[in-house]
Design a protein around this ligand. Structure first.
Ligand code: ADP
Ligand code: ZN
Length: 466
């Protein structure tokens, strides 16, 4: 009885799956186009070649051009990864078939792999087409030797690898996959011929948010005095999905309150509603946090400006990215083989510039500097234990110690390392504070501009020093 029951369940599971994976026999035609995707201009430009390829594959083949088979879209949920994948299909007029990695997590043995196989079989039949795999990290995280659910994952992933290698570029199938954690993915997935191109879909900046709001306002009745730009400025950190949600919530509130059109207050209430929802996920950005982030990032940027060896600032932002509340981006330099001691010491100063700014301008310090501190400590430790840059320790690699059980400097070596690391860090922190105290006016000015605009470009940053 149990065996029969098991088989029945297994079959039901299998049948249920089919409906989910295959939207229809021919795959879904989407009527989404690039016009429906606001912002993301560079990303769209990059993806136009894929659209062209899907439309006229022959041209590309005749030229001998190879188009990537797999493209990884990286970004947090709600930033429009699915939307842009659908838009590619819509622009090219090809079917869109999709599956989500998370569907595989609680599946019977072997089903995951067979589902992947069927998906690709179908794609080959209806090609040219787009396959979209959402949450690929659920099946594509690093392979382990574990059993049970883990090994089921391995089977699914192996099947995906086999399929990616199996279809020829002349089959005109593009596989797009989405993830928020590209670093978790099995390296095998990222090899040439598989997902060898990555496109980062970042949370929108103020201008992007305004455009997204405009798109979602199109089919709604909104009072003419509502300024979407203003709302965009008040919604730092919101994703496209959250912005769409704000306008929808506002429309609901307006209907319930029997307004003739959506008012500014309806939208402000909706923002609050969505923000409180966000607060639970600790993603709300209060005015206080924004100010702290602004000073912190301005600190990094200004300190770097006064350090000979550090790269020029490319962009300063208080729009959250990943786990960071803001970021300071530097211009890249030509590849270098060696890093000098001066450079490393100055790097420490730049890293601690964020914390130093919090201290000197706000007279309080926060957890926002934790990553900077981690990186700085690691660099300082390497300087002492690996690169022989501490006078007291000398040019000795202390990592060799454990391996060969040499104790080159006696038993107090750990204490000495600790002291040397502390001296490096303390010196760097004092230096960062000194620079900022001498440039207090600039620190305030840059922070205030950041609060106002969220992003400052390299050119604008330079104007503060003229
Ligand atoms: P993801 O796949 O990154 O989790 P989705 O593509 O599913 O995000 O986005 C969810 C919804 O949010 C979309 O259907 C759309 O309504 C809205 N949205 C997200 N990004 C944008 C954007 N750039 N332009 C317009 N709408 C967007
Ligand atoms: Zn920092």
């Amino acid at each position: 009885m149990i065996v029969i029951l098991f088989i029945v369940i297994l079959q039901m599971q299998g049948l249920g799956d089919k409906g989910k994976v295959y939207d229809s026999d021919k795959g879904k035609e989407t009527n989404v186009t690039f016009q429906d995707v606001a912002g993301l201009e560079e990303e769209k430009t990059e993806l136009i070649e894929i659209v062209e390829f899907l439309k006229k594959p022959k041209k590309f083949h005749e030229m001998g051009a190879k188009i990537p088979k797999g493209i990884l879209l990286c970004g947090k949920p709600g930033t429009g990864k699915t939307l842009i994948a659908k838009a590619i299909a819509g622009e090219a007029g090809v079917p869109f078939i999709s599956m989500s990695g998370s569907e595989f997590i609680e599946m019977f043995a072997g089903l995951g792999a067979s589902r992947v196989r069927k998906l690709f079989e179908k794609a080959k039949k209806i090609s040219p087409c787009i396959i979209f795999i959402d949450e690929i990290d659920a099946i594509g995280s690093r392979r382990t030797n574990a059993s049970g659910a883990e090994s089921e994952n391995n089977q699914t992933l192996n099947q995906l690898l086999v399929e990616m290698d199996g279809f020829e570029t002349n089959e005109t199938i593009i596989v797009l996959a989405a993830t928020n954690r590209p670093e978790m993915l099995d390296k095998a997935l990222l090899r040439p011929g598989r997902f060898d191109r990555q496109i980062v879909i970042a949370a929108p900046d103020a201008k992007g948010r305004e455009e997204i709001l405009k798109i979602h306002a199109e089919n709604k009745k909104i009072e003419p005095n509502v300024d979407l730009k203003e709302i965009a400025l008040d919604t730092a950190g919101f994703t496209g999905a959250e912005l769409a949600n704000v306008l929808n919530e506002a429309a609901i509130t307006a209907t319930i309150n029997k307004h003739t059109a959506i008012t500014k207050t309806d939208i402000e209430d909706a923002v609050k509603k969505v923000t409180v929802g966000l607060e639970k996920h600790s993603r709300v950005i209060s005015e206080k946090d924004k100010k702290l982030t602004a000073y912190h990032e301005a600190g990094h940027a200004i300190v770097s400006k006064f350090l000979e060896t550090q790269l020029d600032v490319k962009e300063v932002s208080i729009i959250p990215r990943g786990v960071a509340g803001g970021y300071t981006m530097y211009k890249t330099n030509e590849d270098k083989y060696y890093v000098s001691k001066t450079e490393m010491k100055e790097k420490l100063v730049a890293l601690l510039g964020g914390r130093a700014a919090e201290q000197v301008a706000l007279n309080d310090i926060s957890t926002g500097a934790s990553n900077d501190i981690e990186v700085a400590t690691e660099i300082a430790k390497d300087m002492v234990t690996k690169y022989g840059m501490s006078d007291k320790v000398g040019p000795i690699n202390l990592e060799v110690k454990d391996k060969y059980e040499i104790q080159p400097l006696g038993e107090n070596i750990d204490e000495l390392v600790g002291q040397e690391v502390k001296v490096l860090i303390d010196t760097a922190y004092s230096k960062a504070q000194e620079i900022l105290i001498n440039n207090m006016d600039k620190l305030h000015a840059v922070s205030e501009r950041l609060l106002e605009k969220e992003i400052i470009s390299a050119e604008e940053f330079e104007t503060f020093f003229k």
